[in-house]
Ligand binder design. Structure first.
Ligand code: GLU
Length: 463
């Protein structure tokens, strides 16, 4: 049975890089009918927050990355790590190190001065020295002194690291809290993880972890390290490039299915397919097609995908999603046209929920045209035609076809070209020149409102 996990450290929001790693792990488990486990690596007591745990859970829920087991919290498992660390000490595979911070700083300083790479020199490794009083020791792992570590990375291919590059890492701190490299091994073992899929910022940790697996006599999971995400300028994706938090995309009006699709395509491919459903992703996903080189985040492509998903989404669902944006703008839809119908009319031109909300406002409250628009379109030449239109609209049964007939009749009667009439009409009723087809727009806004707005604006025409 395939078992994958996502193991975030709760030190901030869920960023797109983490979300993509989670998505890949999730998709791999789903594809193979396996299990996806969520584990919160909260051992960095200073930087971990409950708020961040919540942000991660919210982000995963929004993206639909449901886990089968967990969330597990490492801080609830410290006794387990302590027991295993103790066991390793008893087996002579780990040892207590009493070196103080000052002593270790001095050691590194001396190494640097000699032109060496700073590393722990093993001073307590097989030491018979009497432990100094008053120091809480850390436990260090006895990394093998020679030989090398090799694994066949599911994404990067074979990787070999020489053991003399690795020093004896701390596995348990003085306060009994495990370090990342130790906690992760014990958990991946206890949780029977078969595939460790994670960001390639951890690739240097993997040989250290493999040595711990070996010391425990445990079989290795498979490892796959996913290349990082870059911004458009080739630098590592960061706040400088715009939104990096998953929930920020929700707040900017993206649909979760668009972000999921985009993140899946970011560094993984299935032929030339750009748009695919969650089901297709599950069916197609594999580790072999994860790119070995970093992916570049392209906000325009994400926006394009969002637009595609907006066009096909259920309009009642969209109405529910757009409502909070309107509410935040202080725009009430009560007494106005049905929001789903407004959205259906607007969506061919919108690429986000935010844009839909902005474009929907004039259906619910008048937006005063700018002075520039009024002076451009409110001309003496069309005044009579618009007054005539107002009268004729008053007389009809309000529907799209009848509105269209009347507009055409007025254009004919006054020997105008269609835009000559339609543009000022748009400006009068919507405050803008950018609207969907005018007959459909007027129909939805409603007879009474259209006539009232026209009357008010007709007064502003030059005599
Ligand atoms: N807590 C680590 C991180 O957030 C997890 C790395 C791993 O997946 O092993 O980077």
């Amino acid at each position: 049975m395939i078992r994958t996990r996502f193991a975030p450290s709760p030190t901030g929001y869920l960023h797109v890089g983490g979300a993509r790693t989670a998505l890949f792990s999730w998709a791999y488990a789903r594809k193979h009918g396996g299990k996806f486990i969520l584990r919160v690596e909260d051992t960095d007591l200073e930087r971990s927050t409950q708020q961040s745990v919540q942000a991660i859970l919210d982000g995963m829920q929004w993206l639909g990355l449901d886990c089968d087991e967990g969330p597990f919290y490492q801080m609830q498992r410290v006794e387990r790590y302590q027991a295993v660390a103790e066991q390793l000490v008893n087996e002579g595979k780990a040892y207590r190190c009493y070196a103080s911070k000052e002593e270790l700083d001095a050691m590194r300083e001396a190494q640097r001065a000699r032109g060496e790479k700073p590393r722990y020199d093993g001073r307590w490794r097989d030491s018979l020295q009497k432990p100094p009083a008053g120091i809480k020791p850390v436990i260090r792992f006895k990394n093998p002194l020679d030989g090398e570590v090799t694994w066949n990375d599911e994404v990067k291919g074979p990787i070999t690291i020489s053991n003399n590059e690795l020093d004896d890492l701390v596995i348990l701190r003085g306060d009994g809290v495990p370090t990342y490299n130790f906690g992760v091994v014990i958990d991946d073992l206890d949780m029977n993880i078969t595939h460790v899929i994670r960001g390639d910022d951890h690739v240097n940790n993997t040989p250290r972890q493999i040595n711990i697996y070996k010391a425990l006599g445990a079989a290795l999971p498979k490892f796959g390290h996913v290349p990082m995400i870059l911004g458009h300028d080739g630098e590592r994706l960061s706040k400088r490039h715009g939104a990096v938090g998953v929930m920020q995309y929700r707040d900017e009006g993206f649909l979760p299915e668009a972000l999921v699709n985009y993140l899946a395509r970011l560094g993984w491919s299935h032929g030339d397919d750009e748009k695919f459903s969650r089901e297709q992703l599950i069916e197609w996903f594999d580790l072999a097609h994860i790119s070995k080189s970093p992916a570049r985040f392209d906000p325009d492509k994400l926006l394009w995908l969002n637009q595609q998903y907006l066009r096909e989404a259920d309009m009642h669902r969209l109405a529910e999603l757009v409502q909070p944006f309107l509410a935040a703008d202080g725009c009430s839809t009560a007494g106005g046209p049905a929001l789903y119908a407004v959205i259906d009319l607007l969506r061919p031109r919108a690429s986000s929920l935010r844009e839909l909300a902005d474009a929907a406002v004039f259906f619910y409250r008048p937006l005063a045209p700018s002075a520039a628009l009024r002076s451009q379109y409110y001309t003496a030449e069309v005044h009579a035609a618009l007054a005539d239109l107002h009268t004729r609209l008053h007389a009809i049964v309000w529907n799209r076809a009848a509105i269209n007939d009347v507009v055409k009749a007025v254009v004919g009667a006054h020997a105008l070209k269609m835009p000559k009439l339609a543009m000022p009409l748009r400006v009068m009723v919507t405050g803008s020149t950018q609207t969907p087809s005018i007959d459909a727009t007027l129909e939805l806004i409603g007879k009474e409102t259209v006539l009232a707005r026209m009357s008010a604006e007709l007064k502003r025409f030059p005599a």
